[in-house]
Ligand binder design. Structure first.
Ligand SMILES: O=C(O)c1[nH]c(=O)[nH]c(=O)c1I
Length: 308
């Protein structure tokens, strides 16, 4: 049985990734991902042009069925991550970058293009927690404009991180735009933006920024994540791979993401809840399910979810 997978000509021994933002902000955190042998690749915290403190605490809150966050893009600044990914690593890296606006996003991609980094880059078009900034990928025109400019100079492998969509016309709209560009992959979904959690005992919200509005993750978003993986798999060009992110807590969920079309699967909230040991459990559970069903490789079932 093998769990190998690939994105463009980047080959991964395991189909598991950390969701950007999860245990990937500092050298120590990135080293702990490197040391997690069941993790197929290392995704960096989305990097911005300038280092950022992020939003005020509390900015992450754990729930029985998931999490809410309004981190506000805390990161050490792109030079640190661009340097980190150019060192030798035991597994492929994905450098995540996020502009505070379109010009910043383009500038960040120029910095990557001008570097010697040859690995995967992921342009985050979906951060829901930057005060005063909308999630870019909800604006199809703006998305097309940014990708047109980026692709006029960026000649390295890159993909985009997308927010969840909730309307079939929106799946059509974003796929129509993305299919115009030579992307290696899309990563879907980012957190479900601007949810609100209320602590009834205290009669108050649970995170500080934006009046408590924040991105939702974990088990509660699994059906939305699977819908976005499936909808985009059905609409995107075959050579655009899909990283399925959202709602993964067990090997069953990993199987479901791949069955809906995911080439790799990221885990976020559950890593915070359980620690990096979660990846060994997910590998074991996925292999058990595949053995029960007689599947030898991920290709045996990827994208083969049946309709009724
Ligand atoms: O608040 C964050 O830092 C954050 N939080 C998320 O849930 N998704 C994102 O893309 C980002 I950049």
């Amino acid at each position: 049985m093998n769990l190998k997978t690939s994105i463009a000509n980047n080959h991964f021994e395991m189909p598991f990734l950390n969701a950007s933002g999860i245990i990937c902000q500092t050298q120590e955190e990135l080293d702990s991902l490197e040391a997690t042998k069941e993790l197929g690749g290392i995704v960096t915290k989305s990097a911005t042009l300038q280092p950022r403190e992020g939003n005020e605490q509390p900015r992450y809150y754990d729930l029985a069925n998931g999490s809410i966050n309004s981190m506000g893009l805390p990161n050490l600044g792109y030079p640190f991550y661009l340097d980190y990914v150019q060192h030798d690593h035991s597994k492929p890296t994905i450098l995540s970058v996020a502009g505070m606006n379109a010009d910043d996003a383009i500038e960040l991609m120029r910095k990557v293009q001008d570097s010697d980094y040859e690995g995967l880059t992921e342009l985050n078009l979906s951060c829901p927690n930057v005060i005063g900034h909308p999630q870019t990928a909800y604006d199809f025109e703006a998305t097309e404009k940014i990708l047109t400019t980026v692709c006029s100079f960026f000649k390295k492998p890159f993909g985009v991180k997308l927010p969840p969509y909730f309307d079939l016309a929106h799946f059509d709209g974003i796929a129509k735009v993305l299919n115009k560009f030579p992307l290696t992959h899309v990563n879907t979904i980012n957190s479900v933006g601007n949810g609100l959690v209320v602590d009834v005992d205290k009669e108050q919200v649970v995170t500080k920024a934006k009046g408590g509005f924040g991105g939702l993750g974990g088990a509660m978003v699994l059906p939305t994540a699977l819908a976005n993986v499936r909808a985009l798999r059905l609409r995107l060009n075959d050579d655009i791979a899909i990283i399925g992110t959202g709602g993964v807590t067990t090997g069953v969920d990993v199987f479901a993401h791949i069955l809906c079309g995911a080439d790799m699967v990221s885990v976020g909230t559950q890593v915070i809840k359980e620690g990096l040991g979660v990846y060994a459990r997910l590998q074991k559970e996925l292999e058990e399910i595949m053995a029960d069903k007689g599947y030898e490789s991920l290709d045996d079932f990827r994208g083969k979810v049946k309709e009724l």
